[in-house]
Design a protein around this ligand. Structure first.
Ligand code: CP
Ligand code: NVA
Length: 311
């Protein structure tokens, strides 16, 4: 299986098979254990990763940099002012030059087409560290977290509450491949991209899962094992903040919503959280929240990904 990843791009979870995703997760579990017992690894000695950011980041930057360091490789981070992707220089030129100097590129970009274009012209692997359409590295870490907490992924009732955004899309991609029991609840007008939804709607039952849209969040969360939320206003959409705060209010993950689950539930948030908007302090800091474990698992999941793509 290891060789199948070598040199591959990682732009969307839907580009991978269930076996491949399971293999990354098993590798992540093994690498996490080895880190805990203090084993030093040299898997990526001499390898370099360039991190290109058009938007801010805490978790993505730190987890990728630490992942490379812990595997014996190195990384360099280029912020929005440094590269001017598609502005100072054509995306394809950036890709061709980087391919001569580093072994892989991670890109956080506004437009998913930029990631596709970079991957097309760059002869080395390109990893999507968030675009307007997908955030596959986040959901990879989240799947690892659910696997650790519940001992399985299939059959776990997961409810995505909030905006039909990049995170929601990556959950839909995961469902297309793994066949999740996934419920999505969003306000009217903020549903996920119809193409991504339709693909997941066709493929989820074929993979043994169940995909459901429920407009009422109080109904959607009933009987769930996991409630997953994300910001109401993603990076790049700041001008819509006021409108969204009004329309998304019933979708806040608060104690009232949690009480509608009717059983113990895990609460997940990819972070950064806008406390008081999509999630309250009580829930974020409460006993059901596994958000910090989730953030940590970005490191372990991406370490596995890098080891398999570059190792
Ligand atoms: N969840 C996530 O990607 O966090 P950052 O934006 O801080 O990288
Ligand atoms: N949907 C959010 C995720 C941040 C990690 C955004 O795109 O801003």
């Amino acid at each position: 299986m290891r060789w199948m990843f070598r040199g591959k791009d990682f732009l969307d979870l839907a580009d991978f098979s269930a076996e491949e995703i399971q293999y990354v997760l098993q590798t992540a579990i093994s690498l996490k254990r080895r880190l805990m017992i203090g084993e030093r690894l040299h898997t990526l000695e001499g390898k370099t990763l360039a991190l290109l950011f058009e938007k801010p980041s805490l978790r993505t930057r730190v987890s990728f940099e630490m992942a490379m360091a812990q595997l014996g490789g190195s990384s360099l981070c280029l912020g929005p002012q440094e590269v001017g992707l598609g502005k100072r220089e054509a995306v394809k030129d950036v890709g061709k030059v980087l391919a001569r100097m580093v072994d892989a590129v991670m890109l956080r970009t506004f437009d998913h087409n930029t990631a596709l274009e970079l991957a097309r012209f760059c002869e080395i692997p390109v990893i999507n560290g968030l675009s307007d359409l997908h955030h596959p590295c986040q959901v990879l870490g989240d799947l690892l977290t659910i696997l650790e907490k519940k001992g399985k992924i299939k059959g776990v009732e997961i409810c995505f509450v909030g905006d039909g955004n990049n995170l929601c899309h990556s959950w839909l991609s995961a469902s297309s491949v793994l066949g999740l029991n996934l419920t999505v609840t969003t306000p009217e007008g903020f549903q996920p991209n119809p193409d991504i939804w339709e693909k997941a709607e066709v493929l989820t039952p074929l993979r043994g899962g169940r995909l459901r849209f429920e407009p009422d969040p109080l109904v959607a969360v009933k009987g769930m094992d996991v409630i997953y939320t994300d910001v109401w206003t993603s990076m790049g959409r700041e001008s819509e903040t006021e409108e969204r705060i009004v329309k998304f209010r019933p979708f806040q993950v608060n104690e009232e919503l949690i009480s509608r689950v009717g059983k113990e539930v895990l609460v997940m948030h990819c972070m950064p959280a806008h406390r008081g908007q999509e999630i309250t302090d009580e829930v974020m800091d409460g006993p059901f929240s596994i958000c910090i474990d989730q953030a940590e698992n970005r490191l372990h999941a991406q370490k596995a990904l890098l080891a398999l793509i570059l190792g």
